[in-house]
Design a protein around this ligand. Structure first.
Ligand SMILES: NC(=O)c1ccc[n+]([C@@H]2O[C@H](COP(=O)([O-])OP(=O)(O)OC[C@H]3O[C@@H](n4cnc5c(N)ncnc54)[C@H](OP(=O)(O)O)[C@@H]3O)[C@@H](O)[C@H]2O)c1
Length: 242
């Protein structure tokens, strides 16, 4: 398959790219840093003898998205939307520009490019769209709502898209990781048991594509943790320090 990875230099995307390269998929690696993309492409080609291409993509440059997709050398069969941005909630509250950046990258940037791809997939009546959202989007919490609300919007968008594209034969997969040990969370002390590695997330995504899953949680028990969190009545929830 031809796979377009948006935000290809994310740690999760790099692990997924390795897994897909191993399985001889052809990769279109899109991101902001040409230097990092070239290093990834060379590494994948040497290790797996796969076909890989680099493409410049900035989620915040909404006006470029149509041109970006139209100028792809070949249209992808699968697209993985992996980019994302996390700031500490305090930082986002102190600096509204940072908060806006979170909303723009995590929600608007994602839907801006996926809308364009979805139209093409619907016309072709095939394709797989994978959006990496987050458990943070399942319920807004005081400690990360600038990030969580953008991911909530993204999860709702993917749900709507799945509903819309079902009759067109397009598979939409929502990925909801809990904690992942990546550069995004380097500054945090994460509970080991609840934390996945990028490689675990990559394996889960690859398997979920093959099984045509709709929504997956990584690790699996996050689904049940979030059920409990969502069940807490709002009058109690608002008093908790979460
Ligand atoms: N880590 C976690 O605990 C966790 C938990 C739940 C969900 N997630 C989600 O999982 C996905 C992968 O995250 P990760 O942990 O692998 O994070 P990561 O290693 O920090 O990667 C994030 C990537 O997003 C890219 N990005 C940021 N702004 C961009 C923009 N304007 N245009 C294009 N790319 C942009 C960054 O590109 P540069 O390399 O150019 O900076 C970076 O490669 C994200 O959607 C994240 O929200 C992560």
């Amino acid at each position: 398959m031809k796979v377009l990875i948006l935000g290809a230099n994310s740690d999760v995307a790099e692990a997924l790219a390795s897994l897909l390269a191993q399985k001889k998929h052809e990769l279109f690696l899109a991101g902001r840093s040409e230097e990092k993309l070239s290093a990834l492409k060379n590494d994948l080609e040497i290790r797996f003898e796969c076909k890989a291409h680099n493409l410049h993509f900035d989620a915040l440059d909404f006006d470029s998205h149509e041109q970006f997709y139209n100028s792809l050398p070949e249209k992808p069969d699968w697209v993985i939307c992996a980019f994302g941005l996390l700031f500490e909630q305090d930082q986002a509250e102190d600096n509204l520009k940072l908060a806006m950046q979170s909303y723009k990258v995590n929600f608007l940037g994602a839907v801006s490019i996926i809308d364009i791809i979805a139209k093409d997939f619907a016309t072709r009546k095939s394709g797989v769209i994978v959006g990496i959202s987050s458990v943070a989007g399942d319920r807004g919490r005081g400690s990360n709502y600038a990030y969580g609300s953008a991911k909530a919007g993204f999860s709702a968008y993917l749900s709507g898209l799945r509903n819309k594209l079902n009759t067109y034969g397009v598979h939409v997969l929502t990925v909801k990781p809990g904690f992942i040990k990546t550069k995004m969370t380097d500054h945090l002390k994460l509970p080991k048991l609840l934390t996945a590695t990028p490689e675990q997330v990559a394996r889960k995504i690859e398997k979920a594509i093959r099984r045509k899953c709709n929504v997956i949680y990584v690790k699996w028990f996050w689904r049940y943790i979030m059920i409990v969190i969502k069940l807490i009545p709002e009058p109690i929830f608002k008093k908790l320090s979460l």
